[in-house]
Write a protein that binds this ligand. Structure first.
Ligand code: ADP
Length: 495
């Protein structure tokens, strides 16, 4: 009888389920978009119950497509949008507020307050993170401060906090309240040196310890799904933040191996082995994964807006019919006619960390046409990634190559431009589904299908390489104008 691994990819814009056979080929998949809620400029929410039912629906659909049932599935692995914050009632499961999505800026002012009161170094030292509204801590605090009675109930032990994987596991198992090292390290409450929830930070933000999940290995059996969902129980044996999953799914198991994922945002991660590296250039330290209680760290540069700028061209400006059209249009022109787009819609992440930056289009003349604007938007992903890569190289030395994945990495124009701008080889695997592959590999590891990480490397095959092909003069000129454009986007918003 064939055996399968089921991977949940609970992303920002959609939930997907992919089913892998024992050779890690994808044999079935199902996907459904999630509704995004924008109550105010800069605020982003989702409905947690919709996340759960959508994720479950795609799992049932993916199983039905190949006519398998729960008995055929060895285990479930989960990878998820990170930092997104959910608070719910421990007894009834009722959520107190919508999920506050990682992109949401509502706690920027409170983050300013923390910085102004001298907490930056303490928080960076403990959590590896720069104080920012992006991480979960200030979002939890916002819910406790703004939902009537929440603080009291939390103190009485009636409420639970979780990021998306924790909420899904709690619902599926009917009560197992856990997270893993990779997700815990994104909360701004977890001490990545001592591997404990940090009492001082919890006190600082007045968040009761009893709300927090237990932190487990990234690959181990956390529990089993209740029979009610798939007829039989299925083990859940990995939970991993999406970017760390992609690092794993690209096979970046060794120190100094790096990848960039171009999804809704873009995220460059480099494996720093068993030591935490302190960046001098605005990058954050994070836990890549914990396996058998052994921690692997990474340095990360987060770019908040990448592929979602292409959705903006498609859905809001209606300049393109599909994301793929962006490549066709970009190739129709030789350059952007001096136009630069800085898609700082929700502030700028690494290496700038300017929460009040907002998007700008500059260099406009009458010669700038639709294709130039589309091309400039695509190029912005490569420029932003270049800025992170350069910061990383200053911390850790030169990288020879960059591995890439994620939805927008299928765009050959973008990948070639990326290689040109960073002046490094760009390597795209045949299968750009690194995130879900990472979750599936980890789930398999969690149930003992692999004896060691090294066995997983045998599952990797072909890739496509993009070699740099731009003169130094052109590159420097473009980068000079890009940096001028970025500086114009700084500090635009007033709150
Ligand atoms: P996520 O997991 O963050 O939801 P994905 O990895 O599925 O994201 O990638 C989807 C993103 O990639 C979308 O924002 C979409 O606009 C962008 N995208 C998909 N295909 C292309 C393409 N060919 N060119 C440019 N952007 C693309």
């Amino acid at each position: 009888m064939k055996k399968y691994i089921m991977a949940f990819d609970s992303g920002t814009t959609s939930c997907r389920t992919l089913i892998f056979d024992s050779e890690f080929n994808i044999v079935s998949s199902a996907q459904k978009e999630l509704k995004q809620i924008f109550p105010k400029p800069g605020w982003v929410e989702e409905d947690p119950n919709e996340i759960f039912s959508t994720q479950l629906g795609t799992a049932v659909e993916a199983m039905a497509k190949i006519n398998i049932n729960a008995k055929d599935i060895v285990s479930i692995g989960i990878t998820n949008q990170r930092e997104t914050t959910i608070v719910w009632d421990k007894t009834t499961g009722e959520v107190l507020y919508n999920a506050i999505v990682w992109q949401c800026r509502r706690t920027s002012k409170y983050c300013d307050y923390l910085k102004a009161n001298g907490h930056r170094d303490e928080i960076y030292q403990k959590t590896g993170l720069e104080i920012d509204a992006y991480f979960s801590a200030t979002k939890i605090k916002w819910i406790l401060d703004n939902v009537e009675g929440a603080k009291e109930r939390a103190k009485n032990g009636e409420l639970l906090f979780g990021t998306v994987e924790t909420f899904l596991i709690w619902k599926l198992t009917k009560g197992v309240h856990v997270t893993d090292y990779s997700n815990a390290s994104r909360t701004m409450l977890y001490n990545i040196n001592t591997l404990e929830w940090d009492e001082e930070l919890l006190n600082l933000m007045d968040i009761p310890r009893c709300m927090l999940p237990e932190v487990k290995n990234t690959a181990e059996v956390y529990g089993k799904t209740s029979r009610e969902f798939f007829g039989e129980e299925i083990k859940i044996s990995s939970a991993v933040g999406d970017q760390q999953a992609a690092l794993f799914g690209q096979g970046c198991f060794k120190e100094a191996e790096a990848k960039n994922t171009y999804g809704t945002g873009a995220f460059l991660l480099i494996n720093t082995g068993d030591k935490r590296v302190e960046s001098k250039n605005g990058l954050i330290s994070t836990i890549a994964w914990g396996i058998d209680e052994k921690i692997t760290y990474a340095l990360e540069g987060s770019i908040f807006i990448a592929g979602s700028s292409i959705q903006w061209l498609r859905d809001d400006l209606k300049l393109i019919d599909s994301a793929e059209d962006s490549e066709y249009l970009a190739n129709k022109v030789d350059d952007t006619e001096g136009c630069y787009v800085v898609p700082a819609f929700t502030g700028l992440g690494a290496p700038y960390w300017n929460q009040y930056a907002r998007g700008i289009i500059c260099g406009l003349t009458r010669s700038v046409k639709k294709a130039h604007l589309v091309r400039a938007t695509l190029e912005s992903m490569a420029y932003l990634s270049n800025d992170v890569l350069k910061a990383m190289e200053e911390d850790l030395g030169e990288l020879k190559t960059l591995k890439v994945d994620g939805g927008a990495s299928s765009n050959d124009f973008l990948m070639q431009f990326q290689a040109d701008i960073i002046n490094r080889e760009v390597i795209r695997p045949e299968n750009i589904e690194s995130t879900v592959r990472g979750a599936a590999f980890l789930a398999a590891l969690g149930v003992g299908m692999f004896k060691s990480i090294d066995e997983i490397l045998k599952k990797f095959n072909g890739d496509k390489k993009f070699e740099p092909n731009m003169t130094n003069e052109t590159r420097e000129n473009k980068l000079k104008l890009w940096h001028k454009a970025v500086s114009r986007a700084f500090d635009w918003a007033e709150d």
